[in-house]
Design a protein around this ligand. Sequence first.
Ligand code: F6P
Length: 437
Amino acid sequence: MNTQRPTRSNNAKSATSHASSVAGPQISSVDTAASPSGGRAASRTGPRLAAKPDTKARPTKPTLGPGAKTGGKAKAQDRKPSWPRACILTGGGDAPGLNAVLRAFVRACEPLGVEVVGSRDGFTSLVEGQPLVPLNRESVRGILPKGGTVLGTSNRGNPFDYPQGKRSVNRSRRVVKRLADEGISCLILIGGDGTLGIGQKLALQGVRVIGIPKTIDNDLRATDRTFGLDTAVGTATWAIDTLHSTAEAHQRVMILEVMGRHAGFIALHAGIAGGADVILMPELPYNVERVAAQVRRRTRLGAPFSIIVIGEGAYPQGGAVNTLQGATVGTPTRLAGAGHELAELLAPRIPHEVRVTVLGHLQRGGSPSPADRILATRFGIRAAELCAAGESNCMVALRGTHIVSVPLNEATSGLHRVDLKGEFVAVARTLGIELGA
Ligand code: F6P
């Protein structure tokens, strides 16, 4: 049970989106490579790869030197493989499509002559000296439709701020050395601004880094779209559809709180797709009187019920973002309470009963949508090509309809937020959806 209490803070930006997921489901180890079913029999939330190196999953390339054996004890110079060796990891909160990226990257690397290993639970394996997981076509078989990440992820593994008891320490040198010892020529980071920011700092220490953007919030400036958003919007749209019938039956106002720490993409897109009556986003502090007026207007027009979608980072004009107190070392501020705050403000202003549904991590779990699988696959393949071409300190991105490579520092140069003058906001207003301001 969560004993942390919601508070309000104006410091929305300090609530970095690097992070996430202590609360996510931890799946017990399942070795997809060793499983005759290729992992399909595993949990719907997805298998995790075995921690121990899988000897069946050796690359079919020329034999490595004596020290190249993952987790071996030979000297660093013996470990240098004769072809590029990439280490890939998934960091921060999970997003539907992570496994699709892993699969595409590994499959694309094979013909390009790049050997791939994975670090479990974000940077944890690299910092803790745990064995890296060999990844090949067999070990990623069957993972495309799975949610979560077979490598595991963590929001507490920042090597520059690594938790040790009640304090945190800088373990970045350990990571740099480990990569060199393992003969890793390129580090592939699938993550949000936190993980990619770590990548930038490692790049300054001489590590070759390629980033792949991930977050259901879609708040990374350097790419038009991240994978995970489409699945999350699908889940939120399903929730709006489901709430409609019960809202109508009881003539209630239903508030649906969705994720979106700094950006209202999930709220806006799902709100439009689900036919919400009010959409409130972090980008546009709301006036509760306008929300109440919309509810009353609908009642006058013969619809005595309303659906309100609110992003977790939204707050009233003159108010502040709702956060949880008592964060643990190395974890980012958590948001909670936006929906309940709105309910408190709204209920005295309307005759309707108000109910709140917090959709939470349902948006992050489950099988990725076809659109997310495709985007993730395109990102994975492009990253493999960049890796094989010797590129580094860059990130793959979607610009328009094209997958491109952008400098890594662009990824963390600012937030991608809903354009209040853009088409989607105009569409919502044209439909008569109240945006709170
Ligand atoms: O990945 C971003 C995000 O989905 C935010 O919208 C949300 O605030 C956060 O993750 C929650 O992460 P967690 O509960 O895993 O810490």
